[in-house]
Design a protein around this ligand. Structure first.
Ligand code: PEP
Length: 248
């Protein structure tokens, strides 16, 4: 079964609402490609104007975060139903920056994955090793642990629809990209894990992205690998260059 490619931008804490709309307009002619799902994961305050700005285009909007309760006394948080009502389709879960700076652990991330799915959002579930773990030779053990914990109790049919992003921490925002062979090796290992825990149909359906300094110069080689179905892009998603990644 052919998996549709998915190129998602992770804007992180960049772009005021007016800057966001300007960027969407600039990218509009550059990201047209019916063979690819194009997603902008944007800061919460940009969601409403960006949803409006991408209306009638091929772009879908994702959130960078949400909280696991539907409503209540959680000052400062945003719920999954709020995102859905605003027109959000995807949500990033388990990004290394949230794991590190906001202490989100796998037990919490598992709740987020389940809540996102139950609410009708597609998780982009991130995993990845530190440079120290790679040098110690425990990359795949670590990734397996993260994914098994984050997906515990999630049904095969739901796993088929989600997106997993392999993002080596040492490659995020550093300009240091994993080689296409390194990225393929881990993405293949993730697919094998899904086949082991679920079944081959599920493993063949789940889309796996690579993320970590992906740009116009390296996207083509990375995306040519059989187990890399797309990219999660930080820095390069804020520039016209994103269009070249979408069309790579
Ligand atoms: C990211 O943060 O998800 C990411 C991949 O960032 P960058 O492309 O800037 O390395």
């Amino acid at each position: 079964m052919a998996r549709k490619r998915i190129i998602a931008g992770n804007w992180k804490m960049n772009m005021t609402p007016s800057e966001a709309v300007k960027l969407v307009e600039e990218l509009k002619p550059l990201v047209v490609n019916d063979d690819v799902d194009v997603v902008y994961c944007v800061p919460a305050i940009d969601i409403v104007p960006v949803v409006e700005a991408v209306k009638d285009t091929n772009v879908q909007v994702g959130a960078e975060n949400f909280y696991i309760e539907d409503k209540g006394a959680y000052t400062g948080e945003i719920s999954a139903p709020m995102l859905v009502d605003a027109g959000v389709k995807y949500v990033i879960i388990g990004h290394s920056e949230r794991r590190e700076y906001f202490k989100e652990d796998d037990a919490f991330l598992n709740k987020k994955v389940k809540k996102a799915i139950a609410s009708g959002l597609t998780p982009i579930l991130c995993c990845g090793e530190t440079l120290e773990q790679r040098e110690m030779g425990v990359t795949m053990d670590w990734i397996r642990l993260q994914i098994k914990s984050d997906l515990a109790g999630v049904a095969a049919d739901d796993v088929k629809n989600l997106v997993i992003a392999y993002e080596p921490i040492w490659a995020i925002g550093t300009g240091k990209t994993a080689t296409s062979d390194q990225a393929e090796e881990v993405c293949k290992g993730i697919r094998e894990l899904i086949a082991e825990v679920y079944d081959t149909d599920t493993a063949e359906a789940v889309r796996i992205q690579y993320g970590g300094s992906m740009n116009a110069g390296n996207a083509k080689e990375l995306l040519a690998k059989p187990n890399i179905d797309g990219g999660l892009i930080g820095g390069a998603s804020l520039k016209a260059e994103f269009g070249q990644v979408v069309n790579a």
